[in-house]
Design a protein around this ligand. Sequence first.
Ligand code: ATP
Ligand code: MG
Length: 201
Amino acid sequence: MSKQDQNQRHQQRMERKKAVIDASIARASTDKGLLLVLTGNGKGKSSSAFGMVGRALGHGMKVGVCQFIKSRTDTGEEAFFGKQANCEWHVLGDGFTWDTQDREQDIATSRRGWDIARRMLADPDYALVVLDELTYLLNYSYLDAEHVLADIAQRPPMQHVVVTGRAASLPLRELADTVSVIEDEKHAFRAGIQAQKGIDL
Ligand code: ATP
Ligand code: MG
């Protein structure tokens, strides 16, 4: 095939593609507060949520972040986003479940944390609420899943919520508008490389 034929075929293919894409864009015309669930064993769940925090803040939207489970307050995300005027950042964990080894304490901490999350979920001023690592609190029954899902479902209609954590339950996935399952193909940690600043924390 001559170069000219190749270019012409490419142009025709792109014309057809554009017609299909333009039609789908025209169909997607509603606005709605979304529930996004980022789950799976691969890396990139929390960091994706923080990417959306950056986008929302860039648009002048008010953002609330609840970090469950983790207790460290020396992460790059907190140092950066925590000082943005429109961003409210809460670290609400005592550490990983295998560090605390104390179910009663984990439950009490989770309930205190959920009170803060629930306040945000009831306030339409928050355009985006991130519930980082929430899935563990549900999977270990630290919180009552039905109540938590009801609090999320009853939030203000234009408020977006991002939930992260491994093994998101079926009811949570069903409630969500967008679900991404991040696959673990390879992780540097398994090659003996420790968590790297700017990448993992
Ligand atoms: P990130 O915050 O980097 O986006 P994540 O939210 O997808 O990670 P978590 O399970 O919350 O995943 O990860 C907490 C920490 O464990 C992060 O430092 C992350 O890089 C690391 N991590 C994530 N996935 C894996 C994995 N499959 N194996 C080993 N370490 C992982
Ligand atoms: Mg995470």
